[in-house]
Ligand binder design. Structure first.
Ligand SMILES: [Zn+2]
Length: 481
């Protein structure tokens, strides 16, 4: 599952995904439009742009909700123009307007909510501009509504590739089980289409991360929590107030010293006093820290379960099995200065592995390092030089980490020593991408070629069914298609 972290222009730079090196970002067309399209393109180029930041992928939301909350009906021409420029310049994926577009707005019309009817009507315009490459939005609070909406979709826009589920956020706050059941049903009804879930909170995100039900989600919770002075406590995984106590949240307070002691995010490792600061700097620091913990829950089933245990939702993940995590090896070539792991390893081979892994496992990937053992791509680390001595030695180092993170199954991209170390712990649940139980056997040039093929062939992101058929194809020795 890919996690798109929302970015808001008003909070500006340096912003959370950039600080973490995280490649998936959601921006809103109305935010972009506030700068004018050209102004926004200039702004984006300064901070987030594929040439500056390889692998960056954007979703451009229509921003309808915010237009309407300011008492205006969205103008589809402006939304499409904004999305068209970003799609052409960055390959961004546009989101159809799911709100009424009549103009001018008369009294009371601001209350018009999003609806499946408007999605279907407006999709005619989106289809004309973007073909099948846009996100068709569905709203469903029940399975009946969902079935009806999918049936309209099949009649009017059967070939659209991406379907986004809206309005699940309020439902998941009250009835998270119900919300995940709707996603489950959508997965079943939509078959091979890409299923995106809009605006998820931490609970639903943690539930979805290990079930393979959604292909992607977006969240703004890292920023919203941060704006209330809140941050994720690394040991209990509950939210605590770290800046400016606000009684109405009834949350425990905690100092930045305590928070940062147990966190490897770039803020806690470089400038943790920022966590407690008010104003923009503090907000961004808390957002980075919170986003780091969201991503940690996505990669580590044990973290997700612990995050869910207070609401007794962890049982939902129990016994369901978990989608595999992709594990790539660290690289020899490194930056000379401390950085998030995915940026510190600067060699081409590391990048090729990471790209291929993200293609298969979305945001659910880890790095295996001889010095540190298992690393989150965002873990902020110093440059070092250390090689794995032998599989047993490395296995001893990573065994406690594997159990702490709750890793049950892995797709390995690792060289021999590293792969054998992983197999010491996970046995056959650590599958090598080549199907070879000993890891890569081919010369480096061929391996490069294989990684490139994986990337270009573009496996749809793994659902649980994909993962099991992939595993079967590996064990029967056929092509890993
Ligand atoms: Zn932190």
């Amino acid at each position: 599952m890919k996690v798109y972290l929302a970015y808001s222009f008003s909070q500006a730079s340096p912003w959370p995904p950039e600080a973490l090196g995280h490649p998936w970002v959601l921006v809103s067309a109305d935010d972009v439009w506030n700068h004018g399209v050209n102004g926004a393109v200039r702004f984006l180029k300064q901070w987030i742009w594929p040439s500056r930041w390889p692998g960056l992928k954007l979703i451009v939301d229509s921003g309808a909700f915010r237009w309407i909350s300011r008492g205006r009906l969205p103008n589809p021409r402006i939304v499409i123009e904004t999305q068209r420029v970003l799609a052409a310049e960055t390959g961004a994926l546009p989101v159809v307007l799911d709100h009424p577009v009549r103009s001018p707005l008369s009294a009371g019309e601001g209350e018009y909510g999003a609806s499946n009817e408007w999605t279907s009507k407006n999709s005619v315009m989106w289809q004309r501009e973007f073909g099948d490459d846009y996100i068709y939005v569905l709203h469903a609070g029940s399975n009946t509504t969902l079935r009806r909406a999918v049936s309209t979709l099949r009649k009017t826009h059967p070939s659209v590739k991406y379907v986004g589920l809206g309005s699940l956020a309020p439902l998941s706050a009250r009835k998270p089980r119900k919300a995940i059941q709707i996603v489950e049903k959508a997965r079943e009804l939509l078959g091979d289409k890409h299923v995106h879930v809009f605006g998820v909170g931490n609970g639903l995100l943690a539930l979805l991360a290990h079930t393979g039900l959604a292909d992607s989600v977006d969240t703004a919770s890292h920023i919203i929590d941060a704006s209330f002075g809140m941050a994720r406590e690394p040991r209990t995984l509950s939210m605590v107030v770290v800046a400016g106590a606000r009684e109405r949240h009834k949350k425990r307070e905690e100092t930045w010293e305590e928070l940062s002691k147990h966190c490897r995010c770039p803020i806690c490792r470089t400038n943790p006093t920022l966590l407690a600061r008010r104003g923009r700097e503090g907000l961004i620091a808390r957002a980075v820290h919170n986003a780091y913990w969201i991503l940690r829950a996505v990669r580590a089933p044990a973290v997700a379960k612990k995050m869910l245990s207070k609401r007794r939702l962890d049982k939902y993940l129990q016994g369901r099995g978990s989608t595999p995590v992709c594990i790539v090896s660290c690289g020899k070539k490194k930056l000379g200065t401390p950085a998030p792991a995915q940026q510190l390893y600067s060699g081409r081979f590391f990048r090729a592995q990471a790209d291929a892994a993200m293609r298969i496992c979305g945001s659910k990937w880890l790095i295996l390092s001889a010095k540190h053992g298992l690393l989150m791509p965002e873990d902020y680390i110093d440059p070092y030089d250390e090689k794995a001595k032998n599989p047993q030695h490395l296995a001893e180092k990573i065994k406690p980490q594997v159990s702490e993170l709750g890793i049950e199954r892995a797709i390995s991209f690792l060289p021999r020593t590293y792969h054998l170390a992983l197999r010491e712990i996970l046995g056959d649940n650590a599958r090598h991408i080549t199907g070879n139980p000993e890891g890569w056997k081919r010369p480096i040039g061929k391996i490069f070629q294989a990684l490139k093929e994986i990337y270009e062939r573009g496996f749809r992101e793994f659902t649980r069914a994909d993962a099991s058929s992939f595993s079967n194809s590996l064990s029967s020795g056929t092509s890993s298609k």
